[in-house]
Design a protein around this ligand. Structure first.
Ligand code: CU
Length: 158
């Protein structure tokens, strides 16, 4: 009988742990198991409607964990060649990874770092969504849908 009770409470504890994981990652107080890991959250993602056979992708990755991570690659069914670019002196350059600092953020925005979809297999239109998967050095991949916005869309211009 004691054993049965133990198994039951273990199952309850597990369910509670899973519920916590699925919830917001903002409070770092969910036990010692999350210590030392990046806690990533993606926001503000979009793709301006492409005018050529390439497209940009923009988003912010917030890391509320106390360990840094890196965005190492992006994949999508839209393109077999998705790159990550930085912009220096108004010139784009492909990079191997972007740093996501501990308790910080990585911003991909117009005029700066961005995702670049080369050789589009089709041209997504405003109102559609493009599914991508973000790959990291440490964290598990994150799937995001980028809403396609007007070609000149820029959330910084309010
Ligand atoms: Cu680029």
């Amino acid at each position: 009988m004691t054993r049965r009770t133990t198994a039951l409470s273990a199952a309850v504890a597990l369910a509670a742990a899973l519920a916590l994981t699925g919830c917001s990652s903002e409070d770092g107080s969910s036990g010692g198991s999350s210590a030392g890991k990046p806690e990533l959250e993606v926001s503000g993602a979009f793709m301006p409607q492409p005018v050529m056979d390439m497209a940009g992708g923009f988003l912010t990755i917030t890391n509320s964990g106390d360990t840094a991570d890196k965005l190492t690659s992006v994949t999508s069914a839209l393109s077999d060649d998705v790159q990550i670019h930085e912009t220096k002196n108004q010139k784009m350059r492909q990079v191997k990874s972007f740093d996501i600092p501990a308790n910080g953020e990585l911003r991909l925005e117009r005029g700066g770092n961005h995702i670049m979809f080369m050789g589009l297999k089709q041209k997504p239109r405003q109102g559609e969504k493009v599914a991508v998967e973000l790959h990291f050095e440490k964290s598990a991949p994150i799937k995001v849908e980028l809403p396609v916005e007007a070609p000149n869309h820029n959330p910084k211009q309010h």
